[in-house]
Write a protein that binds this ligand. Structure first.
Ligand code: URA
Length: 217
């Protein structure tokens, strides 16, 4: 797996990351969702440099210009529900892409911190021979990403996978590394070193789904 940590270089992206982390900014749900979306746009732009293009003649009112056009066989898949703003950010740029949605939640065992990942809902086109952009904002333990991929494979084997995430824990990244094909790319806005006992990224940002959409039962 090739890892692209976009915080390795200073850019405007760091402002968006700061705002989703900061306790005095992240409570503004509209801004939080929009910042995740903006991060999705930046990650999407960067990964677009690694896709395939075919030349096409574009006719302007004054002439013709040959311009490489991005490949058409892209599927954006996000993990519900926290993945939705990230999905929208990717879709803002890959507007011709097909879309897939899959749910994954942490089912806590016996009221303890231990949990298993339950995957329930899937709506997906065929992924056979497609370019899969798999989006989940928080790559914590990595278990959801791996479980989701196992289920998605039933709809076809993608020819290439780009995992798109906002904040990753080193532990989660290490966990998923060898569970995806070797030529998979991970596009991540930033990486933190710690996971707490509840499987939350530290310092992270808290619960991305709750910050975007409110608490749930
Ligand atoms: N999901 C979140 O929303 N936050 C974390 O820190 C880990 C998983």
């Amino acid at each position: 797996m090739t890892i692209h940590n976009l915080s390795d270089h200073n850019s405007i992206l760091l402002k968006f990351i700061s705002e989703i982390r900061a306790v005095d900014k992240q409570q503004d749900k509209l801004r939080f969702r929009r910042n995740i979306e903006r991060i999705g746009e930046v990650l999407g732009y960067e990964l677009s440099k690694h896709l395939k293009y075919n030349n096409k003649k574009i006719t302007t009112p004054l002439g013709v210009k040959e311009i490489p056009q991005i490949q058409k066989d892209i599927v954006v898949c996000s993990i519900l529900r926290a993945g939705l703003p990230l999905h929208q950010g990717l879709l803002n740029y890959f507007d011709d892409a097909e879309n897939a949605f899959i749910s994954a939640y942490r089912k806590h065992l016996d009221n303890s911190d231990a949990f298993e990942i339950v995957v329930e809902y899937l709506a997906s086109p065929s992924l056979e021979n497609k370019i899969l952009l798999l989006a989940d904002p928080m790559l914590a333990t990595g278990q959801s990403m791996v479980n989701v991929y196992e289920v998605l494979k039933k709809t076809g084997i993608p020819k290439k996978i780009h995992i798109v995430s906002v904040i990753g824990a080193t532990e989660g990244i290490d966990f998923i590394k060898d569970k995806f094909p070797e030529d998979t790319h991970l596009w991540i806005a930033t990486v933190d070193n710690t996971l707490n006992d509840k499987g939350y990224i530290v310092p992270g940002l808290g619960d991305a789904g709750d910050l975007a959409y409110g608490t749930k039962l």
